[in-house]
Design a protein around this ligand. Sequence first.
Ligand code: ADP
Ligand code: BMX
Length: 284
Amino acid sequence: VSGFAVDLGGTKTAAARIEDGQVVVRLQKATDGSAELDAQVRVIADLLAELGYAHGEPLGVAVTGRVDRHGDWHAINTGTLRGISAAPLGATLRARFGARAHCANDAAAAALAEARLGAGRGAYNFAYLTVSTGVGGGLVLGGRLIDSGNGLAGHVGFAGSRLGDQRCGSGRFGTVESVAGGRAIAAAAGLHDARSVFEHGGFELLIDRSAAAIAGLIGDLTAILGLDRVAVGGSIGLAPGYLARVLGHLQDEPALFRPEVVPAELTHDSGLIGALLIAQETAG
Ligand code: ADP
Ligand code: BMX
């Protein structure tokens, strides 16, 4: 795939020019979680202009939150995206960048890219999990990315965790995201962001609780879907030592519920590459 892509997460917005499935230039800036649709699209347009994007070129935009069949964008965790509710992202992108612009959920995009070009190659039932600002997911079963009309399919971070004792910004109680996501880790530590929790030291129990919740989620998903491989990404998922903790907790599961668990191979580029793959496939 060749073209342009944007990955708008809860913490950072990345944009890239992609050639033959590889990111050749990448830019990044902090996401404004309180911005409304117009302001978010302005940031996207500025990054694309800096990359030399010209109207009508292929463009994939991956976003945190759910994207429904009409291309409307909704926050599920309303603490992460405070200015977005039923925002016509797809229509706005097409009006501004042309008919080859498409949008999708960030973790679903990343899952497709890992399945096709990264850590999921050769797996039959594959899941990608991102442990980042929230906890997101994408399921590629028998080679097909699972979707749903309301864009909720694959949102595994909103499944329950036996370690959960809080409500997350989705309104749901005891979610994996409320235990394992970056916002939850930072709040529990009383620090501004999860990165400082990792760098500060002394919060091993909190980090370990996050990893245990992810291991429990992997066991549950494997029971439901018969996964043979799971790839873990996101800045927390890829932080040194984190995956080893997940694997440690996974040892508490019976062998049948332990798929192969590996780091995301396309690292921080999977959402970008997947967004462009989806845009190309949607275009037919
Ligand atoms: P996004 O959620 O925007 O897609 P990331 O995958 O970078 O972006 O995840 C952001 C979360 O990861 C934030 O909670 C941030 O504090 C945390 N984070 C960023 N860098 C690191 C790091 N090196 N180690 C641990 N956590 C990190
Ligand atoms: C949340 C949810 C998902 C997203 C996931 C990872 C919102 C705003 N986001 O579970 O749609 O895929 O986070 O996103 O409801 P990230 O921001 O952590 O990368």
